[in-house]
Design a protein around this ligand. Structure first.
Ligand SMILES: [Zn+2]
Length: 259
């Protein structure tokens, strides 16, 4: 296909109608394309492509905006000046204000505080390999909380324990205007040593994926590789699957329950 560049050159520069306007019609879109590519998302944050799957009998608050997404839950683009360079550094779950938020695994409260716009009131937990059964430490951050959690820094929590209430702090007055956007933003980081320094941002679905017991080979049909079956706790405190050490950060309802 050696002829192609010559043909393109002819078309742009040597064509009888290669006026200034004609050349611009080719060159400006090319320049814009290069500009867009150079502003691509920060390395390390990108869509992983994992799909959460909730068991049939569970009704769980689902993902509104996945990790690595370039858009908010309403489809609007994330600004490139935001943390993460316009790529979502966690997952969003749309929730009514005051919804109880659960420790995704046993762990320790390591930090809490109130940030400004886009951060809001937050809580950090640290989970040891013993807490999760994973070969690394996990840090989890719950954002946009309704109020500062009462749990003290250093407090131990068990898996599924209510650690905070969801809210919309840090979302009012920006893109979402006066009403804000009540939701949980959950960030997770993997740490090989347990130290925060040296930890790296990870899609929470990767944590769920790696913490889930691997299906037996006889399972038919085998689950698709990019799906993650989400372990959860019901509103009455029943964990599924039994004995799971990692759960969804919001309780699920059983479908057969009466409301
Ligand atoms: Zn978010």
């Amino acid at each position: 296909m050696k002829d192609e560049p010559d043909f393109a050159y002819f078309l742009i520069f040597s064509h009888p109608r290669s006026t200034k306007a004609f050349r611009c019609a080719f060159l400006i879109p090319a320049f814009v394309a290069i500009l867009l590519l150079s502003c691509s998302p920060m390395a390390g944050i990108g869509p992983i492509g994992l799909q959460p799957v909730f068991p049939d009998e569970a009704r769980c608050p689902e993902l509104a905006s996945p990790f690595g997404s370039q858009t908010r839950y309403d489809g609007s683009p994330r600004p490139s000046w935001a943390p993460g360079g316009g790529s979502h550094g966690g997952i969003d779950i749309t929730l009514a204000e005051g919804t109880p938020l659960l420790a995704l695994a046993a762990g320790t409260v390591v930090k809490k505080g109130e940030g400004g716009q886009m951060l809001g009131i937050y809580l950090w937990l640290r989970h040891s390999p013993e807490n999760t059964g994973l070969p690394y430490w996990v840090y989890s951050k719950y954002q946009h909380l309704q109020s500062l959690p009462e749990l003290a820094v250093g407090a131990k929590v068990v898996v599924g324990e209510v650690i905070a209430r969801s809210g919309k702090t840090g979302t009012v007055g920006g893109h979402f205007g006066y009403y804000g956007y009540p939701h949980l933003h959950l960030t997770t980081r993997k740490s090989p040593t347990g130290e925060f320094q040296g930890s790296h941002l990870t899609d929470p679905l990767v944590i769920y994926h790696e913490a889930s017991p691997k299906p037996k080979e006889s399972v038919d049909p085998p689950p698709r590789e990019n799906t993650v079956t989400i372990p959860y706790v019901t509103i009455d405190g029943q964990a599924w699957p039994q004995g799971t050490r990692v759960v969804w950060p919001v309780a699920c309802r059983r479908r057969q329950a009466t409301y």
